[in-house]
Ligand binder design. Structure first.
Ligand SMILES: [Zn+2]
Length: 107
């Protein structure tokens, strides 16, 4: 059992690392990846979640922090109703479905 105090500290560290990763993503991408790796290790070890601000923000394969237009390209595939994030660093593609506005079906 992990003491709640440790988990609180772990959460703090994770959010600091995610922030550093964001700050360094442009100038030092490799360092930025390392911060994400460390954040994930801490999160796993102390069973804490990554902050909401980190969701969809980095590559699951290479840990690159994703800045749209810089380290990730974002494409809407409207026919498939999918938003695709393509990692500029390793080419990994993450797809999420999005809901299309409800419209009355034509007869
Ligand atoms: Zn990647």
């Amino acid at each position: 059992m992990i003491p709640p105090r440790w988990r609180r500290i772990a959460r703090e560290r994770v959010s600091i690392l995610v922030r550093l990763a964001r700050e360094e993503a442009r100038a030092h991408p490799e360092r930025s990846k390392r911060y994400i790796e460390l954040a994930m290790k801490i999160a796993e070890k102390y069973k804490v979640r990554l902050p909401k601000s980190a969701k969809r923000k980095f590559c699951k394969r290479c840990r690159a922090y994703w800045i749209p237009g810089v380290s990730v390209s974002v494409r809407l595939k409207s026919r498939e109703r999918i938003i695709a994030y393509i990692c500029a660093s390793c080419g990994y593609e993450k797809r999420y479905p999005y809901a299309k506005k409800a419209r009355k079906a034509p007869n």
